[in-house]
Design a protein around this ligand. Structure first.
Ligand SMILES: [Mn+2]
Length: 321
């Protein structure tokens, strides 16, 4: 362990940020609405304070994320010298992907995250919030930055996506209070909702039909699994980002306690997402070297599709039965 376990508060995060002028922000691999929303909002706000800020992300952006123009400003190659590095929405160092090395070598680092994983930075602000965007909102409040409709849109993006459009179990009074505030600031709520929760493409619709028709169930339907193979992706001309959100096709089945989606992103290598109803899926994903939240976690499992399904069936079965 490089750093002692020191807990950093929101106001200390604001203080550290205010003391530095060249700041590198890091979003996590397989970027989602929360990591992009939080880093972009933080960058735009810190730029208002005259700071030089760049966002780095080792990952590809989905078409949905790219419908929000500031996403394209996120660098995918590392450059520059930075006084401070901030990992945003990253539960562990591995979430930084190829940038983990640069980050870990730096002496002045700070985590702003809500996953409750390891402490890998000099300053660690890890809170049990529904989204990192909510933490960033409080940081910006502490900094006294005036928020505009663009910043509000990005903050709303993370709030909305990490709460599953205010439907997941992490949704609370604070989520709605923040939503009301973002609305007041002029956040484009309709666009966020349309892009993340309604819109799809013709090819995605065809792919979903195929996935849904072959969903597997185990243990009287308590475990349901959907999967996408490389062949499927080729057939519909899609990349692995097509797997985003498909876990709901398994998890939304009324009997399911655990829902799993598998996406073959490289031959015989599957990105796995798990959701649990009063069932700790983080523990299951940790068995496979992954992690996340108790109700939503992920991991990477190598092997042939049928072997991977069998492994999951076995590990989940230990806890389920
Ligand atoms: Mn998040």
């Amino acid at each position: 362990m490089k750093f002692a376990k020191n807990k950093t508060t929101i106001s200390q995060v604001a203080q550290v940020l205010s003391q530095h002028n060249n700041i590198a922000l890091f979003a996590h691999t397989r970027p989602d609405g929360d990591t992009v929303g939080a880093t972009v909002a933080l960058r735009l706000a810190l730029q208002k304070l005259g700071k030089n800020v760049q966002i780095f992300c080792d990952g590809e952006f989905s078409d949905k994320l790219l419908k929000f123009p500031h996403t394209a400003e996120i660098a995918t190659e590392f450059f520059g010298k930075w006084d401070l590095m901030v990992a945003v929405d990253c539960g562990d160092l591995q979430r930084l992907g190829n940038f983990a090395g640069f980050y870990n070598q730096h002496s002045n680092t700070m985590t702003v995250d809500h996953h409750g994983g390891e402490y890998y930075s000099k300053h660690n602000c890890v809170l049990n919030y529904a989204s990192t965007c909510q933490m960033v909102w409080e940081v910006l409040d502490a900094l006294g930055v005036e928020l505009d409709s663009t910043i509000a849109t990005y903050l709303y993006m993370g709030l909305c996506t990490d709460t599953g459009n205010f439907a997941n179990s992490n949704t609370n009074e604070q989520s709605f209070l923040m939503a009301a505030k973002m609305c007041q600031l002029g956040a484009d709520i309709q666009k966020v909702n349309r892009v993340f929760f309604k819109e799809t493409t013709y090819m995605h619709t065809k792919l979903y039909g195929k996935i849904m028709s072959r969903v597997r169930r185990f243990y009287d339907g308590k475990l349901c699994i959907v999967y996408i193979t490389q062949q499927d992706l080729q057939e519909f001309g899609l990349d692995h980002t097509a797997s985003e959100g498909i876990v709901r096709f398994a998890f939304d089945i009324d009997t399911a306690i655990v829902g799993v989606s598998l996406c073959e992103w490289k031959p015989n290598s599957f990105k796995c997402s798990m959701r649990g109803k009063d069932f700790n899926v983080r523990q299951i994903c940790q068995e496979f070297g992954g992690g996340g939240h108790e109700v939503a976690s992920g991991c990477l499992i190598n092997g042939f599709l049928e072997d991977v399904i069998e492994k999951i069936e076995r590990v989940v079965g230990y806890t389920l039965c």
